[in-house]
Design a protein around this ligand. Structure first.
Ligand code: MG
Length: 455
């Protein structure tokens, strides 16, 4: 990457294609910068199951040691397990080698502080400055760090989750769960959690494999057809699926209908607000308006942020919120830790369904008002973005929100969000309405406007 760009971190850590866009020297130098940023103490290091993760983890250890930090190597763990262990076990911070849900060729680094939460964007810029200025601390033979193995991350993580739910109530309900692990990192944690909570478990794609041969690393309604049919054929109470590093969770009901993250997020928000007798929920500007209706029932507040889990996590901490979610299936339960966590989200859902005592689909219909979404993206060069946004704004007649891009309300229950991506030359368009047709029409209308203004 050219020094003039001065950016390494995207919306969720540093991502690249090892051996193609960046080599292992890059990982060593960046990890030296990360170690320099932390300044002292022992750093916990983890990795997902990608083909390049072991090599990157070794390079990250080298860089951190070279900057004088000590390193505790956790090996293959889900991202949220590493983040929780940092907080629970008192490390200075952690580095996770992962590219989350990206295709197999990608990998990356994600940096969290002593609270386990991804470091704020300003701190990412401090790390980038150290990297580009080449001002990394270089330890000498006396001050160079020491690496050791840290075997208790998964145990700490699973115990932490179990302590936050009513394990007895879950066990008594004897739920049957089908879990699609997508060959990802939750394979080493989530099945043990669900079995320990007394559920009957059937797993799919449970062998960790960096080629992601089962259904790819990104769970979507399209990639979860095997999960749907398995839930129906065994008569399970629910299905659950994770992304490659186990922080995002999608569910399907007992009929095999896969819920988007907005629906499961609103459903769990209702449960968490009930469990904690109110509180604040944080979500991005792109999530469904259903959350406002859910929160209103509890006299609770909703705070909207820019898109990105780091924004949501940091807002939860600043505002003392109890829960956060994203439309892609990320849920953050603050009493555990303010990060997206597939294991915690699963345990909360099991507790919620166990307490409701009726089927998943019936409970959902009862709680979450149904809205319909559509989304698309249009390739737009960075130079055309201002003209595109001006053209979009000219169409606004009603209320406009400017938290991230432009969110235009076309009537009391319909909106469209037009948002330039922070990392790719594209503009994303989201729409929501009371009927699918309404959302689709909004998408087509604004797609035409974006395309003609960028031509
Ligand atoms: Mg992820």
């Amino acid at each position: 990457m050219a020094a003039s760009q001065q950016r390494l971190f995207g919306t969720n850590g540093v991502r690249f294609v090892p051996g193609v866009s960046h080599d292992l020297d890059f990982v060593i130098n960046l990890s030296e910068a990360i170690g320099t940023y932390f300044g002292s103490g022992e750093i916990l290091l983890g990795q997902d199951g990608r083909l390049s993760s072991q090599a990157l983890a070794n390079a990250a250890t080298s860089g951190l040691l070279s900057s004088g930090r000590d390193v505790a190597e956790a090996g293959l763990v889900p991202t949220p397990a590493l983040q929780y262990a940092v907080k629970a076990m008192g490390f200075k911070g952690c580095v996770m080698v992962t590219a989350s849900h990206n295709p197999p060729r990608y990998n990356g680094l994600k940096v969290s502080g002593s609270d386990g939460v991804e470091v704020p964007h300003l701190d990412e810029q401090r790390i980038e400055k150290i990297y580009f200025d080449k001002s990394q601390t270089k330890a000498d033979w006396k001050t160079i760090g020491v690496a050791r193995n840290e075997p208790s991350v998964i145990r700490t993580y699973l115990n932490g989750i179990r302590s936050k739910v009513d394990a007895k109530a879950i066990a008594e309900r004897k739920l049957t769960v089908v879990m699609d692990l997508g060959n990802g990192a939750q394979s080493v944690a989530a099945p043990y959690l669900v079995e320990a909570l007394g559920c009957k478990l059937i797993t799919l794609n449970s062998v960790v494999d960096g080629n992601f041969p089962g259904r790819g690393p990104e769970p979507t309604p399209d990639t979860l057809k095997d999960l749907s049919s398995a839930v129906r054929s065994v008569g399970a109470d629910l299905g659950v699926a994770y992304d490659g590093d186990g922080d995002r969770t999608l569910f399907c009901d007992e009929n095999g209908v896969v819920l988007w993250g907005d629906q499961s997020g609103c459903f769990l928000a209702d449960y968490v607000l009930h469990k904690h007798k109110g509180g604040t929920v944080v979500t991005s500007v792109a999530s469904s308006q259903a959350i406002e209706a859910v929160a209103k029932k509890h006299g609770a507040k909703v705070i909207r942020t820019k898109v990105g889990s780091v924004e949501i996590a940091r807002t939860i901490i600043e505002r003392g919120a109890v829960f956060g979610f994203e439309e892609n299936g990320g849920c953050l339960y603050a009493p555990h830790i303010a990060v997206r966590d597939g294991g915690m989200t699963t345990a909360l859902m099991l507790e919620c369904l166990a307490r409701k005592g009726m089927s998943f689909s019936k409970s959902l219909a009862f709680i979450v008002p149904r809205f319909y979404q559509a989304k698309t993206k249009v390739e737009v060069g960075p130079k055309s973005v201002p003209a595109v946004m001006r053209a979009v704004e000219r169409l606004a007649k009603g209320e406009v929100e400017r938290i991230d891009g432009l969110k235009i309300w076309t009537d009391a229950r319909s909106w469209v969000l037009v948002r330039p991506s922070g990392t790719e030359p594209i503009v994303r368009i989201f729409a929501e309405s009371e009927a699918q047709q309404g959302a689709d029409q909004l998408i087509r209308k604004f797609e035409r406007v974006v395309k003609s203004a960028s031509a």
